[in-house]
Write a protein that binds this ligand. Sequence first.
Ligand code: GRF
Length: 227
Amino acid sequence: MNDTPAPYPLEDAEKSRVVILISGTGSNMVTIAELIRDELPEAEVSAVICNEPEAAGIQKARSLGIHTDIIDHRGFTSREEFDVGLMRTIDAYDPDLIVLAGFMRILTPDFVRRYEGRMLNIHPSLLPKYQGLHTHKRALEAGDSEHGVTVHFVTEVLDDGPNVIQAVVPVLDGDDPQSLQKRVQLQEHVIYPIAVKWFIEGRLSMQKGQSCLDNKPLPPTGLKLDT
Ligand code: GRF
């Protein structure tokens, strides 16, 4: 029997470092930060970075004792310049994983290439359906019977990288964009922590443009959860 004590607490230098980027309320950021705090002692959230100085998520991150950086994109003359500033800030933490959690910026190719394979995003649709904005409204207008949310690796095309995991949410009679958004968001808080946990545990990777779990390619939808 191996009675060697668990190697925790780890020295900070040994931990996987996660940087989370937000622009808004930060509910996904909170679920991921709580997951890491409570269940992944081998990881830490090094910082939450936000481009909106008034975003509610900033205070939530601080309440969790997480360091925050605010980089207002309006202080830069171009998208490229902003992304260079953002990369400098991110790189200071030497992160293993970058989590986009409602980060409402289109990223430049240089930025995406720098973090390819270690940057995840969550998008409120069953990708590849409804890339871009207003996904709940578009699903309702199309008369879809189901909608949902996807976690994917970020590649150069917006909302297009390989899927990791999806949750399917039924569209109910009488749904409006707000009611649908609320039900979808409940599932966001289920699937994003799963994907982050897989990554931290070394199980999730992007190989030759495909998402792999335990080195086996995931289906194009990613792992699909029906709710
Ligand atoms: C979520 O709906 C997510 O799918 C989208 O932006 C929203 C962020 O919400 N990318 P929150 O800030 O995590 O509450």
